[in-house]
Design a protein around this ligand. Structure first.
Ligand code: AMP
Length: 400
């Protein structure tokens, strides 16, 4: 089976052409600057040279048309015709409360995505545009929507309800949704394989640490807590996002700086986090370099980040009533032995003890980095959201 995986952002689009026999990408690529001057597609066939195509791409329909042309191009394409594509799997940010799993796209699903435009204003309209464009160009090819929020719909009310008047939840559905669900689901399934135990018997904490970061408590295969909230702004301090803060700070900044609510929202999403705190960069590699050179604010940003992750791990250990395994994934979690060591160095109280040599060597592979006999395993598991989307899509198509 061949599945096209699409991840549409507001002005970008990532794609992978997946071969489900080998569970690997035949080609992957990125379209940037959709709707802007200088739009371009970068296409990478497996084992081949990258191909860059500059084109005028006014909208997602034009971008997807170009992707489909690239996939069947006689020189650098990987298929002979679009008929070879059995299904399209779409990453969709927000499914609200209606969606608790991946679903075959129909009119009702499209309406559910549209109803969440206000909850995911940057992503949901682009996700729907991608689905509609595929329907127009590949009519008859089944499409599946895989939601970032769906995995977290198993959270119990005490984990997702905020301490505000209940009527606001009823009226506007203000509650914790949780994000990065596709990644947390994938790595927790892989952790069970690495541990050689059934997922249904494990209590896991999944740490997705990248530019955006979140933690999930996974109990017996189900998400019971996620550090992100109503939007992906809550939780850990991130690359440019503030994470948790006292809500009273928002009106305080509005008054003192004489700026609007929207401006504060932008400040908290785009100019805060380790970028705002350090004044150096949102990239942890730049931060580490600056900290090594003695930059106090860069070191402070790293320290706050590590402190935040530890705090959530402690909280989730209490929620889970014990932890069998901790997973590190995403750009930082997979690639920074230093951050992993700094986080783990005071977690002996929950049975964590990592092997320094294994930790240093673990880059880009699934590996257990705990010391022999440690009560709580610590694993590095590279995330693969595209494969998870393709696997969910395959499962749904096979049931049709
Ligand atoms: P992601 O959002 O998952 O792509 O992660 C991106 C972030 O991972 C970047 O901002 C970097 O800060 C971080 N990262 C990637 N590689 C490394 C590395 N080798 N060491 C430290 N941080 C890294």
């Amino acid at each position: 089976m061949k599945i096209l995986v699409l991840n549409c952002g507001s002005s970008s689009l990532k794609y992978q052409m997946m071969d489900m026999e080998t569970k690997s990408a035949m080609a992957k690529g990125l379209v940037e600057r959709i709707g802007l001057p200088g739009a371009m597609l970068t296409h990478r066939p497996k084992g081949g040279e990258k191909e860059v195509i500059i084109a005028d791409l006014p909208d997602h329909t034009a971008a997807i048309k170009l992707v489909l042309q690239a996939v069947i191009d006689p020189n650098f394409g990987v298929l002979t015709s679009l008929e070879e594509i059995d299904a399209v799997g779409h990453r969709v940010l927000h499914g609200g409360e209606k969606v608790s799993g991946s679903v075959l796209v129909n009119a009702e699903v499209k309406q559910a995505i549209e109803e969440c435009f206000e909850l995911g204003p940057l992503h949901n309209p682009a996700n729907l545009a991608g689905i509609i464009a595929c329907e127009q160009m590949m009519s008859g090819t089944p499409q599946v929507a895989v939601f970032d929020t769906a995995f977290h719909q198993t959270m119990p009310p005490e984990a997702y309800i905020y301490g505000i008047p209940y009527e606001l939840y009823e009226k506007y559905k203000i509650r914790r949704y949780g994000f990065h669900g596709t990644s947390h689901k994938y790595v927790s399934q892989r952790a069970a394989v690495v541990m050689g135990k059934p997922l249904e018997k494990l209590k896991l904490i999944s740490c997705h640490l990248g530019n955006g970061s979140s933690l999930t408590a996974v109990k017996y295969g189900k998400s019971v807590e996620n550090s992100m909230g109503f939007t992906p702004l809550e939780g850990l301090m991130m690359g440019t996002r503030s994470g948790d803060l006292d809500p009273a700070i928002v009106p305080f900044i509005m008054k003192k700086e004489r700026i609007s609510g929207d401006a504060v929202n932008a400040l908290l999403n785009k100019k805060s986090g380790v970028l705002g705190l350090s004044g150096v960069s949102s990239d942890f590699r730049d931060l580490q370099k600056a900290a090594d050179e003695g930059n106090y604010r860069a070191q402070l940003a790293l320290d706050v980040f590590v402190h935040d992750v530890k705090k959530y791990i402690g909280a989730y250990a209490a929620i889970l009533d014990g932890v069998d395994g901790i997973i590190f994934t995403a750009g930082l979690g997979e690639n920074s032995p230093l951050i992993r060591r700094s986080i783990c160095d005071t977690l002996g109280c929950i049975g964590v003890s990592i092997d320094d040599e294994k930790n240093e060597a673990a880059v880009g592979q699934e590996v257990d980095i705990s010391k022999w006999g440690a009560r709580c395993k610590v694993m590095v598991i590279p995330t693969n959201e595209e494969l998870m989307i393709a696997l969910d899509t395959e499962e749904i198509i096979q049931k049709m």
